[in-house]
Design a protein around this ligand. Structure first.
Ligand code: AMP
Length: 394
């Protein structure tokens, strides 16, 4: 990475504002159901503690739309972080108000303050310079470690970098090393597996990856748009009608570049979008007009897992089917299992595929699971992430 990290500057005893990604899922009782993102921020926090820095943490949680809403409070995160670290975390009940000012003024070397949800202010997502300046005034140094928010140009991800020296945290460093390393210097064969529902999200990724990978595997809801582009009738399966032409163009482009694109050869169809639906596995050419494809079929599972077995670098983003419903989870499960058995480099691009490998018990066997769904997709598209661009060059 060509950006300075927290290890490239002197943070000893300094006040450090750390933008972390504590956007964790909460249940109805406001209990954290997945602490991965908190755990992922620990190496940077521990490093700063080791340097006796005064640590001020800042994050968003959910989409509170620019106003205070207790539903999106970071209070449960402060508690969990304190428990994970076995030390006191002072929680400020606002971001730029009295509570935050008092906590920031009082923070001593080796202590941690967590500010309330930065998106309680609309100025955050507007990247308002005055708001960013107020945040920056809390500290001597800014560390961005929120990879999951690095694709957003907000006050706490890019704005503050205009006022104080700004460097990357260790999580951002690790994410970019794995994702960037795979893209720029992959062991071959290098394959990408893309799935999920939205073709629109993945067009840019396919365009960019065609120049980097040896093969692309397409599954999930988005695959039907590509099947349609090949003239196959897909019944009531998900199709992005506006992008059928684009999909055809991408297939041609891949062929011209000698990049294999593997599409499903069979599919699990259902008579309705329901876990109790009637289902059947059929070749893609035989999708019943009134039915919809909700998972890849058994032959496709074999085809795709065979490809995974021969690959040395594999990047996966997006489930192969509606994995949230048991009858349509087998495709996604098979990919997760095959990747877990690979001795190549296996990278999960965050979001639903990260959730799936965790649910199916394969998380521990992956080389890297990204903490940022949107951010990793934009990175795979070849875009520069604003939260990274704003940091000091090495
Ligand atoms: P995305 O946000 O685009 O990555 O899409 C993720 C979602 O795609 C998941 O919630 C899956 O349930 C859904 N999905 C995967 N395959 C299909 C399919 N064949 N039809 C409809 N939805 C699907």
């Amino acid at each position: 990475m060509n950006k300075k990290t927290v290890k490239d500057i002197d943070v000893a005893g300094k006040k450090v504002l750390v933008r972390v990604d504590f956007n964790v899922p909460l249940n109805d009782k406001k209990e954290i159901t997945d602490e991965t993102r908190i755990v992922a921020a620990l190496p940077t926090i521990e490093y700063l503690l080791g340097q006796n820095a005064k640590i001020i943490l800042c994050s968003h949680l959910g989409r509170p739309k620019g106003e205070f809403n207790p539903e999106f409070s970071l209070a449960p995160v402060a508690k969990r972080l304190g428990k994970l670290m076995g030390r006191k975390v002072t929680f400020a009940s606002d971001v730029i108000g009295e509570s935050a000012k008092a906590a920031v003024d009082a923070v001593k070397e080796g202590e941690i303050v967590l500010l309330e949800n930065v998106r309680f202010h609309k100025e955050e997502t507007e990247n308002d310079p005055k708001f960013a300046k107020k945040l920056a005034a809390y500290a001597d140094i800014f560390v961005n470690d929120a990879f999951g928010a690095a694709h957003r140009a907000h006050a706490s991800t890019t704005g503050v970098a205009n006022y104080i020296p700004a460097v990357a945290g260790l999580l951002i460093g690790k994410e970019l090393d794995f994702l960037g390393g795979a893209l720029d210097n992959p062991q071959r064969p290098f394959i990408a597996i893309l799935g999920g529902a939205k073709v629109s999200d993945k067009i840019g990724v396919i365009e960019n990856l065609i120049n980097k990978v040896d093969a692309i595997i397409l599954g999930g809801g988005m695959a039907y748009t590509f099947l349609k582009a090949k003239g196959i009738e897909v019944g009531k399966s998900l199709v992005d009608e506006e992008r059928v032409g684009l999909a055809a163009g991408l297939l041609k482009k891949a062929e011209a570049k000698n990049v294999d694109i593997f599409l499903p050869v069979d599919t699990v169809i259902a008579d309705k979008f329901d876990a109790e639906a009637e289902t059947q596995a059929v070749p893609v050419e035989d999708i019943t007009p009134d039915w919809m494809g909700l998972d890849i079929g058994p032959s496709t599972r074999m085809l795709f897992t065979d490809k995974i077995r021969t690959a040395k670098t594999i990047i996966w983003n997006g489930p192969m089917g509606v994995f949230e419903m048991a009858p349509f989870a087998e495709g996604t499960k098979a990919i997760a299992k095959a990747m877990s058995e690979s001795d190549g480099t296996t990278i999960i691009g965050g979001g639903d595929s990260a959730a799936a490998v965790k649910i199916f018990g394969y998380a521990g066997a992956m080389t890297h699971i990204s903490t940022g769904g949107g951010a990793s997709l934009e990175f795979l598209e070849g875009k520069e992430l604003p939260g990274v661009a704003a940091l000091e060059d090495k």
